[in-house]
Design a protein around this ligand. Sequence first.
Ligand SMILES: [Zn+2]
Ligand SMILES: [Zn+2]
Ligand SMILES: [Zn+2]
Ligand SMILES: [Zn+2]
Length: 313
Amino acid sequence: MATGAHSTRDIPELETEDEIAVLETLPVVDRCTFFKASNAMTPKSEAITGPVLTSATSVSDLFDCPVCTNSLCPPIYQCPNGHVLCSSCKVRVEDQCPTCRRELGSIRCLALEKVAEFLELPCRYQSEGCTMVLPYYQKIKHEKTCELRPYYCPYAGSECPTMGDIPMLVAHLRSDHKVDMHDGCSFNHRYVKSNPHEVENATWMLTVFNCFEKHFCLHFEAFVLGKEPVYMAFLRFMGEESEANNFRYTLEVGGNNRKMVWQGIPRSIRDNHRKIRDSYDGLVIYRNVALSFSGSTSKELKLRITGRIWKEE
Ligand SMILES: [Zn+2]
Ligand SMILES: [Zn+2]
Ligand SMILES: [Zn+2]
Ligand SMILES: [Zn+2]
């Protein structure tokens, strides 16, 4: 039976010789077929009567904007020569078709918009392991929250465009950002800053911890809160929020017979770094307090941060 490695559940296997022959000519990764919703649940023994679109890749490619590669959503536009593009690209290209350079106008591609309503397509993260096959517009919605969509690089302070799965991002942090990697669930770090009176935005550090066979990012940074310079340390989990909620962590900072303790839940790296910072979901140390940890005579800021990560049973 001609089912490829990437066939999705609920798709009936094909019965007739002809249809199998068509599928056999496609590369293995393309061997998923698309059916109208009514056909998607057809039992194995019944013949398929609905439209069978034989090349998955070319059909889903039809619904990718050729300019930005995002999925096309109504309104879908086309130039007088029939080249399609999405509504956000239409705004950007200033009335000139990016493919043939003709004046664009405002011609909708109603046929494609209508066809989309009848399509069932696999999630675009199928090759990452997602098995969802959904009507086109639901598929676009699902992809925004699909758990198998790639993560953004958690390295903050730069506009790093790298995306990928966790193992790929861990390797990327190590080799491209030269991030410190530590094994184990407890840590003891010293941060020394020679001129604590200059607290420019986005002065920060990142350390990655590998424990419970998961990866956690410890962020430490200085920024100005109102008019007050502050230091903040917080932990992020390299994975989904649902899994992050199984973990807890503490951070303790002190010196000079003073001490502050924070206990929290690591935040998923799905949450924007800035969003976490702006919600103060971490250990926030005002500079004057930080200086008192360093000792009153100290010209340097010296902070010792200890911490521990554990799993909540
Ligand atoms: Zn576009
Ligand atoms: Zn054109
Ligand atoms: Zn998905
Ligand atoms: Zn990066």
